[in-house]
Design a protein around this ligand. Structure first.
Ligand SMILES: [Zn+2]
Length: 396
C-alpha cells in the first residue's frame, strides 16, 4: 500500500481532467478550482500585439471545408467551423477564432498563452519553428486526401505514374498515391486542386493553412476537457468562462499534441498509442509524472486507445509520463523526433494492420522497433515494452 500525498492527487486530478484530450474522457471528477466564477483570473494587462480581422476581408477562414474533420480540427471546434469561422485575432504565431460577442480580452488572452508557450513546446520537443511548419501539411488534409484518391485512379495527366502502375495491386497503387500526395510542394498541390473540377477547393487561399497556430475558443463554462490539440492547432475554452489551474502548462501540453500531429500523423490520423501521445505531452509540459518506484501501480504501455484506459485518469496520465520519460532518457528527444517522422511516411495498410499481433498502428510498430533503444542501448520493441515494462522499470 503506498501513501500518496493527497494534495498531489488533487492537483493531478485537476490538471489532468482539464487537459483531457484526444478522445473522450470520463469528465466525472469533482472540480477543485474556481472554474465557474465569472472572471477567474483573466489578466487585464495583456499587452500582446495583434489585430482583429474579418475573414471576409483577408480571405483567411478557420475552415474552408464542406465537411470539416476531427482529424484537422479536433472534436471540440465545431463551434468555430460552423458558426464563428470568419472573425479572428491575429498575432505573430497564432490566429484566434471564436464568437465575436466574447470580450476582446478572451481572444488576446488566448493568443498570449500560445505566444508565451509555443517556443517552450517547440524547444522541449527539440524542433525549430521552421521545422514544425515544414512538417505540418500546408494544404488542408481533405485536399491532400482528394489528390491521393485522384492519383490512385490515375486521374491527373500532369503527373508521372510508375510504368507498371496498372500491374500494381490496389494497395500498392494507394501507397504510391499517398506517398506522392505527401511529397508534393504546396504550389504543386494547390495547382492540382484549383484546376480539378471535383476538388473540394477552388482557390489557393481556401486550400492552404497559414503558418500559424489556429486557435478555436469554445464556450463551455467548465474546465473538464478544456483543451485539445489537433493538426491545425488547439481548441481551448474562452478565458472569461473558465480558466483551469496551471493553464500555461495545459496550453503547452495541447501545443505538444499539435506538434505530434505535424511530425507523425499520416492521412488516417495520429498513429501514436494513447500512452505515448499523452505521456510525451505530460512529461514535456512539466505536468506530474509518476515516480519510478511506483511503476507497479499501472501498465501504461498497454493503453493504445482511450478505451484501454482504466482507473483514475490522473494516475494513468502520470504513468504515461513515466513510460515516456524512460524512452526519452534512453533515446534522447532528437531520436524520438526522428522516429515520429519515420512513422509519418508509412501508409496505413488495412490487411497489414489486421494481420498484426499488436493493435498499435503498424507504422508506429515498424518505426519504434527500428529506432528505439533501452537504457542499456540494446533494442527495444513495442512488444517488449508491453511485456517487460515492469522489469525495465525495476532496472531504470
Ligand atoms: Zn493530452
Amino acid at each position: 500500500m503506498k501513501l500518496i500525498n493527497k494534495n498531489l492527487i488533487l492537483s493531478l486530478v485537476t490538471i489532468i481532467t482539464l487537459s483531457a484530450c484526444g478522445g473522450g474522457s470520463d469528465e466525472s471528477t469533482t472540480q477543485t478550482n474556481n472554474s465557474n466564477t465569472s472572471n477567474p483570473g483573466i489578466s487585464n494587462n495583456t499587452t500582446i500585439t495583434g489585430q482583429f480581422l474579418s475573414s471576409n476581408d483577408t480571405g483567411k477562414f478557420y475552415s474552408t471545408e464542406q465537411m470539416p474533420s476531427y482529424q484537422q480540427y479536433g472534436k471540440n471546434a465545431s463551434h468555430c467551423y460552423q458558426s464563428y469561422n470568419d472573425y479572428y485575432f491575429e498575432t505573430e504565431n497564432t490566429m484566434v477564432f471564436g464568437n465575436p460577442d466574447l470580450p476582446d480580452t478572451d481572444f488576446k488572452q488566448a493568443a498570449q498563452w500560445v505566444e508565451n508557450n509555443f517556443n517552450t513546446a517547440l524547444t522541449t520537443m527539440a524542433i525549430s519553428k521552421a521545422e514544425y511548419f515544414s512538417n505540418r501539411y500546408s494544404v488542408r488534409l481533405v485536399g491532400l486526401k482528394h489528390i491521393r484518391n485522384q492519383l490512385s485512379s490515375r486521374y491527373y495527366d500532369t503527373i508521372d505514374y510508375p510504368n507498371n502502375f496498372d500491374a500494381l495491386t490496389y494497395d500498392q497503387q494507394v501507397d504510391w498515391a499517398t506517398k506522392t500526395a505527401k511529397s508534393l510542394t504546396k504550389n504543386e498541390a494547390v495547382e492540382l486542386l484549383v484546376n480539378d473540377p471535383y476538388s473540394p477547393f477552388q482557390t489557393e487561399t481556401q486550400t492552404v493553412l497559414e503558418d500559424k497556430i489556429y486557435v478555436c475558443l469554445h464556450e463551455k463554462n467548465t474546465t473538464n476537457g478544456w483543451g485539445e490539440g489537433s493538426l491545425s492547432g488547439i481548441t481551448i475554452g474562452a478565458p472569461s468562462l473558465a480558466i483551469p489551474h496551471e493553464v500555461e502548462k495545459i496550453v503547452t501540453h495541447e501545443l505538444i499534441h499539435t506538434i505530434q500531429h505535424a511530425l507523425s500523423a499520416n492521412f488516417e490520423g495520429l498513429g501514436l498509442p494513447r500512452w505515448y501521445s499523452e505521456g510525451q505531452a505530460v512529461l514535456l509540459s512539466g505536468m506530474e509524472v509518476a515516480k519510478k518506484s511506483d511503476h507497479n501501480e499501472y501498465d501504461p504501455t498497454l493503453v493504445v486507445s482511450y478505451y484501454d484506459e482504466t482507473g483514475d485518469q490522473a494516475i494513468a496520465y502520470s504513468h504515461y509520463g513515466l513510460a515516456y520519460q524512460y524512452l526519452k532518457d534512453a533515446n534522447g528527444q532528437p531520436s524520438i523526433v526522428n522516429m515520429m517522422k519515420d512513422m509519418k511516411r508509412i501508409t496505413y495498410n488495412y490487411s497489414q494492420q489486421k494481420n498484426s499481433t499488436l493493435k498499435e498502428f503498424h507504422g508506429y510498430v515498424e518505426s519504434f522497433d527500428k529506432l528505439m533503444k533501452q537504457t542499456n542501448a540494446s533494442t527495444l520493441t513495442v512488444q517488449q515494452y508491453r511485456d517487460e515494462y515492469h522489469a525495465l522499470m525495476s532496472a531504470y
